[in-house]
Write a protein that binds this ligand. Sequence first.
Ligand SMILES: [Cu+2]
Length: 195
Amino acid sequence: MRLLYRQLLVWLVAGLALLLGAGTAFAHDVLTASDPANGASLATGPSKVTLTFDLPVKEYFSTITVVGPDGNHFEAGPSTVDGSTVSAPVQPLGPAGGYTVGYRIVSDDGHPVSGLVRFTLTQAGPGHGVPAAEAAGSSAGPNAPSATGSGSGGSGSGSGSGSGGIPAWPWILGGVLLVAAGAAIALRLGKGAGD
Ligand SMILES: [Cu+2]
């Protein structure tokens, strides 16, 4: 009996190790800071946007968009990667209001990560930006926010976002099942030993 318990313990530990291993091996980059900061209020627009992640960023396929309250784009060029930071130049901003920085980068582990950072421009700037339809060809991804319904025809540029990579969930599910099975057996054995 004691030997069986020991084996069970080994299985449980193995299951947990697998779970934790899967957690780290498949960790995606997480945004840890940005300039402008999320939720910031600015009187003048920034000349560039910088996003900082907890892990290095792959030097390909990263896009940053800056979309104004009128739906126009204000990013001024392609984004550049430097270690774990990604930045993109920004045109002079236009109308006062909410601006959304949309990003899509490739994690250290090869998986795509996308998200949004929002800031508010309190005083209108001299810029006008570029209509979404024109910006779409260059850098706007399928995740580009289009909150404002500026009837700009869409121009059918919604190419699939072929996100490659092996999903992590089968490994996590496997680990959970292993642990659950171990616990169930341990419980049954515990009952058996009781009488
Ligand atoms: Cu990943």
